[in-house]
Ligand binder design. Structure first.
Ligand SMILES: [Zn+2]
Length: 301
């Protein structure tokens, strides 16, 4: 956590949600309400962005989903049957919080794909891009991936309690990331081979640079996968500031981990984070990329 503490000192920012606003944030590229910066269409069709968006719509329709609420519980129950071998995993010591976990079988240590289904406790906040779109993408990845005896297994982890229970959070590092910390403290933290987190992947004009805490080698392979499916422009070179997200508890255990998050998003933790901010094309670009990365990573030895 030393890096985080140093970061706070540098940024002088007392609280964060998904991430601290960063002192060295990327200069905003032109981005209007619509696709001011067009996202290219993927050249592969192994992932259905419209279908992922439809799942995001179902999640948003439940309303705000702060951890511990009835709507969060309803969300978990809605999502469980959408994952292969889906199950609810209550968080130890956190009554009323649970992760949703699924998997496709394979050979060797699992790759873990994560998105959070809870929302920050801002009244009226429905979290379309943060992070219903990412949940929809993970569900769609799970639907399209198949068990393979010659490839690594994949675990799908939809976390609860990623957001802190208060907003603005008094201590996000201590109070946020509850679902991923619980998962990383369990068997997954010992056996996971690598971790891929999807967070803000749905907004128009999606552009994601490597987040400062994300593993550089795995990110390079992600960028190559993106280029291979025709959406390399969505993952430009360069880095954005470090972000505390669900990859951190795994990274802290030495597991190569990356976070797909386009933090250039004005509606972060604001009630304007609604469905109209989402683009099926953007979700598809992220989804096709991760599908290609998983295909390559699962075959690696
Ligand atoms: Zn988030």
């Amino acid at each position: 956590m030393a890096g985080v503490v140093i970061y706070f000192a540098v940024a002088g920012w007392p609280f964060i949600g998904d991430r601290p606003p960063s002192a060295d944030a990327q200069p905003a590229h032109a981005r209007g309400a619509a696709d001011a910066v067009p996202v290219p269409a993927a050249t592969t069709d192994r992932f259905d962005g419209d279908r992922a968006l439809a799942t995001a719509r179902r999640l948003v329709a439940l309303g705000p989903r702060p951890a511990g609420s009835r709507t969060a519980q309803a969300a978990a129950e809605m999502l469980r049957p959408l994952l292969p071998r889906g199950r609810l995993a209550p968080l130890p010591g956190r009554p009323g919080l649970r992760n949703v976990v699924g998997e496709v079988a394979g050979h060797g240590r699992p790759i873990v794909v994560i998105a959070h289904y809870d929302t920050t406790p801002v009244v009226g906040y429905v979290g379309a891009n943060n992070s219903a779109a990412a949940v929809g993408a993970v569900v769609e990845l799970a639907r399209r991936l198949h068990a393979s005896r010659s490839a690594a297994p994949v675990v799908f982890l939809l976390t609860d309690g990623e957001e802190a229970p208060d907003y603005p959070p008094k201590d996000f590092a201590a109070d946020g990331l509850r679902g991923s910390r619980a998962a990383a403290a369990g068997p997954l933290g010992r056996i996971a081979r690598e971790v891929i987190v999807l967070d803000f992947v749905g907004q128009h004009g999606l552009r994601i640079r490597r987040e400062g805490n994300s593993d550089a080698a795995l990110w390079s392979r992600l960028r190559r996968a993106a280029a291979a499916v025709g959406v390399g422009a969505v993952f430009p070179a360069g880095t954005q500031g470090p972000i505390l997200d669900d990859h951190i508890p795994f990274r802290d255990r030495g597991i190569p981990s990356i976070d797909l998050i386009d933090f250039d998003y004005p509606c972060w933790q604001r009630t304007c984070d609604t469905l109209d901010k989402l683009s099926a094309r953007s979700i598809d670009a992220a989804g096709e990329t991760v599908m290609e990365l998983l295909r390559r990573e699962r075959a690696r030895r």
